[in-house]
Design a protein around this ligand. Structure first.
Ligand code: BGC
Length: 760
């Protein structure tokens, strides 16, 4: 909406009415201003389908109006397909219109710091480039229908334990390169209508009242123009939230915080202590107006006029199957798959008749129908079914005998195993990576009597697989939505060629994970001690084996990569680089390949990951077909966050462009030299003599100092490593004065340095 019109409405509003816009009417709606014809808009969870609670079931879970349960984020990300995410988004948007919902509370795109975060099924990846791009696709899809989104939980909501209070200590570099980058991409590319702030604190400040996060970074630096709302109950000090740029408190605080804002505006004492030194506890009308104007814009843009349009839920159920089919990841196949139609098959595991298809918590959708793997597999084979374990009692081993009998003599066995509901959910974190002992024992005993076992895993996040050597096949189905069972059967019987790839590493053991020593913290604080080394960035740096690497996924066909070409061999840091590669389907199935591009700085001066994902494309190839895939890389593909200068920095040097089928399966590479134009670093008395000597304007000062020390240039550095310690070059300038007898006072040295700095 145009600013002029907004300001006109704002002018007519009383301060109280404006403050009223800054918190919900109840659990899911904003407050209307009837006098001025400002309607109320409705929001619901999110993210993989609608949870639109029926009247009278406001903040409970369950009792929501039926909607399509699409694959959860952890599976959707395995498509590595922005357009597919967009497609899912469009369908969710249509259901929102049908149900008169104006904002869908999603997507969630926190980085998967640890595989045991209870809410990982709602998040996409351990990599910000993948996560940010899939989130952007989903947002664009939902918003294309005129429905709003809420990108959540901003930022770094990386654990469920103590999520309402935990203070996350994260380095500036890890924030920028990993945790914030996951938001920066969709904020800039897809322009979500709203963001939802996280519950946690970052470096001492609650996200709900951090001016740095909500205004300086999000709005001023990234150019975000929308509304920031709180996660449900994330508000601590409401006036400070207004000062920081938190526009909407959700759900309603029953007027309590509206009063706080008013008191703060009137200069009266408020209940909560102010914690930001820059905020004196008093709000001006201008500050209230800034939030109210953004709220007005949101409400009047999404006013619900488009709502009421009916949608086709049956078609969406089909679409949910199609999406699941594109995402499931074939982790292992020693030739058993695809199975042949008409085979005699034992289907084992209670999940075959009680599928686990979504996670628990606020994202829980109430689907119209849920397809069962057992019914779907029966369409292709002669099936004998055995429960194998109990989903209600994971210690019950009594059902294994019957399953073993069912497995004997069959052409193949399909075991559905994984994590029961009670193992992972919003609200708590797992403590281990195991599936229930009863599932493990079942797999072990069944594989003793039948060598042709395929395990289908239904889980929201990585598990360890002590059974890997005992079985022929592992298909990672994740939590695949209401129609996911169709995709499972189609992949097992070759009706669909698997094409998903892991959006996260599967470690060999929880202890291997980089966050292991710090995860969860001490109730108040958690250190992100691994810094930028999250997921594959860590395993690769440590040269550590993993169970399955980031980007891994098998197909029934084979792909050959050839002829990588870079548009230039040498570029300036601000030039774009085009990279092309040919990929050919050389097997006997039509199939899709996810082509991954990683960038590696050949000889970085400072610590960097071995390589980082900077491009991906999913392509469809018929048997024998070849396509050229093109990537465009910009400055950011080569940059790292420089904590000393607080900016993205590229260093001159050689970079390898690595292209392959997974992070651990690089097929072809090319090299490019990047010439950076970094201004010389500002010199201080703590800079080394070498910094001064090599500084483009440092010649005169170098000469003067040498003269004062009665030294010659040839005496400065020694090639002999033994002398390096005594070499003047490595001395900081302060010590040249204090220890090595340069006869000049520190103040004079400082003046010399000021002159050098001034010239650059
Ligand atoms: C969750 C959000 C959700 C909200 C509303 C919160 O507890 O963290 O993701 O959107 O509840 O249900």
């Amino acid at each position: 909406m145009r600013k002029k019109e907004l300001l006109k409405i704002l002018e007519k509003m009383t301060v109280k009415e404006k403050i009223g816009l800054l918190s919900g009417k109840d659990g899911w709606n904003t407050k209307p201003v009837k006098r001025l014809g400002i309607p109320s808009i409705r929001m619901t969870d999110g993210p993989h389908g609608l949870r639109n609670q029926r009247e009278g079931h406001d903040l409970g879970i369950g009792n929501s109006i039926p909607a399509t349960c699409f694959p959860t984020a952890s599976l959707l990300a395995c498509s590595w397909d922005r357009e597919l995410a967009e497609k899912q988004g469009r369908a969710i948007g249509e259901e929102a219109l049908d149900q008169n919902v104006q904002i869908v509370l999603g997507p969630g795109n926190n980085i998967k710091r640890s595989p045991i975060c209870g809410r990982n099924f709602e998040y996409f990846s351990e990599d910000p480039f993948l996560s940010g791009n899939i989130a952007a696709g989903l947002i664009e899809g939902i918003q294309s229908k005129g429905v709003g989104t809420s990108l959540k939980h901003f930022a770094a909501n990386a654990q469920e334990t103590d999520r309402l209070v935990i203070n996350e200590r994260i380095s500036e570099r890890a924030l920028r390169e990993i945790y914030l980058a996951s938001y920066e991409i969709p904020v800039k590319k897809a322009k979500p209508t709203t963001l939802m702030c996280a519950y946690n604190k970052i470096n001492g400040d609650y996200c709900s009242q951090s001016k740095w996060l909500l205004t300086d970074l999000l709005r001023k630096e990234w150019g975000f123009r929308g509304v920031v709302m709180s996660d449900w109950g994330a508000v601590d000090n409401r006036p400070q939230g207004v000062y920081a740029g938190l526009d909407l408190e959700m759900p309603s605080s029953d007027g309590m915080n509206d009063k706080e804002i008013l008191k703060s505006y009137k200069g009266e004492k408020t209940v909560m202590k102010t914690v930001d030194d820059r905020f004196d506890g008093k709000l001006t009308e201008k500050q209230i107006d800034a939030c109210a104007e953004r709220m007005l814009n949101l409400i009047l843009t999404l006013d619900g006029k488009r709502s009421g349009k009916k949608c086709d839920y049956d078609a969406h159920s089909e679409l949910a199957a199609e999406i699941a089919r594109e995402c499931m990841v074939l982790l292992k196949n020693d030739g058993l798959l695809p199975l042949s139609e008409g085979m005699k098959i034992a289907v084992i595991g209670e999940m075959a008749e009680r599928p686990r298809y979504q996670g628990s918590g606020s994202s829980q959708v109430n689907p119209h129908t849920v397809v069962k793997p057992l019914d779907e597999i029966k369409k292709y084979a002669q099936v004998t079914y055995a429960k194998g374990y109990s989903l209600d009692d994971d210690t019950d081993l009594s059902k294994i005998g019957e399953a073993v009998k069912a497995a004997e003599g069959k052409d193949a066995v399909v075991i559905l195993a994984g994590l029961p509901d009670s193992y992972e959910s919003e609200g708590f974190d797992r403590t281990h990576l195991n599936i229930p002992e009863s599932h493990l024992e079942l797999i072990r005993r069944v594989s003793e009597v039948n060598q042709k076992v395929a395990v289908v895993l239904c889980n929201g996040a990585p598990v360890v697989m002590p059974f890997l050597g005992q079985v022929c096949v592992v298909l990672e189905a994740y939590l695949s939505g209401q129609s996911g069972a169709r995709a499972i059967a189609e992949i097992l019987f070759g009706k669909a060629n698997p094409s998903g790839k892991l959006a996260e590493s599967f470690p060999c053991a929880l202890e291997d994970n980089p966050s292991y020593l710090n995860f969860r913290g001490n109730g108040e604080t958690v250190d992100f001690g691994e810094g930028i080394f999250v997921g594959y960035r860590y395993y690769e740096k440590k040269n550590m084996p993993v169970l399955f690497p980031f980007g891994h996924g098998l197909s029934y066909t084979t792909f050959t990569y050839s002829d990588p070409v870079v548009s230039e061999k040498k570029i300036g840091e601000n030039d774009a680089l085009t990279v092309r590669v040919k990929v050919k389907n050389t097997g006997s199935f039509d199939g899709k390949e996810i082509v991954q591009l990683y960038v590696k700085e050949a000889s970085p001066r400072f610590l960097r990951p071995v390589k980082e994902l900077k491009g991906f494309e999913k392509i469809d190839l018929k048997v024998g077909e070849e396509k050229t895939v093109e990537f465009r890389l910009d400055r950011r593909a080569f940059a790292y966050w420089d904590e000393t200068e607080h900016r993205w920095r590229v260093d001159s040097g050689k970079f390898e462009i690595l292209i392959g089928a997974s992070s651990a399966d690089i097929r072809v590479s090319e090299e490019v030299e990047v010439i950076a134009e970094n201004p010389p670093k500002k010199l201080t008395i703590y800079s080394s003599f070498r910094d001064l000597r090599l500084h483009p304007n440092g010649a005169q000062a170098t000469e003067e100092i040498l003269k004062l020390m009665e030294k010659k240039e040839s005496e400065i550095a020694s090639d002999d490593e033994k002398d390096a310690l005594l070499s003047l070059d490595w001395c900081i300038l302060r010590n040249i004065v204090t220890m090595f007898g340069a006869k000049l006072p520190i103040t004079k040295l400082q003046k010399m340095l000021d002159a050098v700095n001034k010239k650059s």
